[in-house]
Design a protein around this ligand. Structure first.
Ligand code: NDP
Ligand code: HSE
Length: 401
């Protein structure tokens, strides 16, 4: 089995470790490795295979092209070219699948070759294969998940060690968890892309990542963490989606999760995916969602599937887009922070507008947990408070149960 690898960074080097560790089980020949700057890799293992020229990669008689360079272009063009030339492709590139999964799946299917992407969601966690193969006998109607290692690492370190957001982000970058542009992690784009991939596979309709309600963690500060602790919760960046007949509802946002919940036990770079199937019930997948060797392990599993002729045809990406609803229209609990508040006026208004509420902090800031019939109701109330100038700034965190 001859493979070409595009990229020798975190995941590329993780894959190479796993290939080397399993040399006695599988004879996988690395023919060529594409990088941008080959001088950086002079002392690396397989230094003689490294090139800056994509033609050198395509000139080898490859069975599989493994794309681990990231970004949309030129990765898209290289993957397309491989598929059109009947070369199987393995990729960890969720940005690519979320944006062009429909086009690439069609080209792969038309050319009878595999496009595999286990590592694109949940890092080292096997979840794409269980979802598409092991859970075949189920209709999946909902899922919730922690899908980004970097943000989970940041929130965990802020909570457990009181470290600052900026310092922990730097550490996550050094550990190879973060994307080349970490904005994709902290603003929730990466988690939304992964949620869209899982939702597309689960609901067998194309779910587009930008259609989800999307909010990142860059505004979470130590006071949010302190209020969360005070009410027995942690803050997690969670993705949730649900199929309701012909519509999907879904979001990626920071939420409060109870200390006793399954999600609160998943810390640092770990991810979790919880799926709900009609036959199996709730099933969860937990493991390292980012990092060199865990992700290398997932990429390797795809390579081996192709090696063993386990061909997979992915139709879901080629289906029409499904409508996505962004608001939460059922009962909810939301923690709201009012900075520089006119307390009496705000409390009077809240009293009129929502079912019930509890004051969590009444010192410099007014912090209230409100219980309402829908988030829409709360948003309307907050608009009113803003319009009347009753405070300088408002922030809110949904609590999920
Ligand atoms: P890195 O930035 O660590 O590595 C990227 C590699 O690709 C480098 O070797 C780089 O070469 C090469 N490369 C990038 N652009 C080009 C180009 N235009 N031409 C030639 N070579 C290029 O990225 P990661 O390994 O972290 O990520 C790779 C992919 O895996 C991404 O799609 C990412 O989203 C995904 N992923 C990452 C995970 C992780 O934990 N890091 C987990 C799961 C998925 P050079 O060094 O010379 O610039
Ligand atoms: N940047 C991603 C994360 C890598 O932190 O989860 C894994 O996809």
């Amino acid at each position: 089995m001859k493979i070409g690898i595009l990229g020798y960074g975190t995941v590329g080097s993780g894959l190479i470790n796993v290939i080397d560790n399993n040399k006695n089980k599988r004879d996988i020949q690395i023919e060529s490795i594409l990088v941008r700057n080959k001088d950086k890799y002079k002392t690396h293992k397989y230094g003689d295979k490294i090139t800056e020229d994509i033609e050198e990669v395509f000139n080898k008689d490859l069975d599989i092209l493994v794309e681990l360079m990231g970004g949309l272009h030129p990765a898209y063009e290289h993957i397309k070219r491989a598929l059109e030339n009947k070369i199987n492709v393995v990729t960890a590139n969720k940005d690519m699948l979320a944006e062009y999964g429909d086009k690439l799946a069609k080209i792969a299917n038309d050319n009878n070759v595999s496009l595999k992407f286990e590592a694109s969601v949940g890092g080292g966690i096997p979840v794409v294969k269980p979802l598409t193969e092991s859970l075949e006998g189920n209709s999946i109607d909902s899922m919730y998940a922690i899908l980004n290692g970097t943000t989970n690492f940041i929130l965990s370190k802020m909570y457990d060690e009181g470290l600052s957001y900026d310092d922990v982000l730097k550490e996550a970058q050094e550990l190879g968890f973060a994307e080349a542009n970490p904005e994709a992690d902290v603003e929730g784009y990466d988690a939304a892309r992964k949620l869209s991939i899982l939702s597309t596979l689960a609901y067998n309709r194309r779910v587009y990542w930008k259609d989800f309600y999307l909010e990142g963690i860059s505004n979470i500060d130590m006071k949010d963490i302190a209020y969360a602790k005070k009410i027995g919760c942690k803050i997690k960046l969670v993705g949730q989606s649900k199929l309701n007949d012909k519509i999907v509802s879904g979001f990626v946002r920071p939420v409060l999760v109870d200390d006793n919940s399954l999600l609160s036990k998943v810390d640092n770079e770990y991810n979790i995916v919880v799926l709900n199937g009609d036959s199996v019930g709730e099933v969860s997948f937990v493991g390292k969602g980012a990092g060199k060797d865990p992700t290398g392990s997932a990429v390797y599993s795809d390579v081996v599937d192709i090696f063993d002729n386990r061909y997979s045809n992915i139709d879901s990406f080629t289906k029409d887009k499904i409508e996505v609803e962004k608001t939460i229209n059922n009962e909810c609990q939301i923690l709201i922070r009012f900075k520089d508040p006119k307390k009496t006026q705000i409390l009077n208004l809240i009293d009129e507008c929502v079912k019930s509420y509890k004051v969590i902090n009444n010192n410099d800031e007014l912090v209230i947990m409100v219980y309402a019939d829908s988030e829409y109701e709360i948003n309307n109330m907050l608009c009113l408070i803003r319009d009347k100038g009753y405070c300088r700034e408002i922030s809110k965190l949904l609590k999920i149960i």
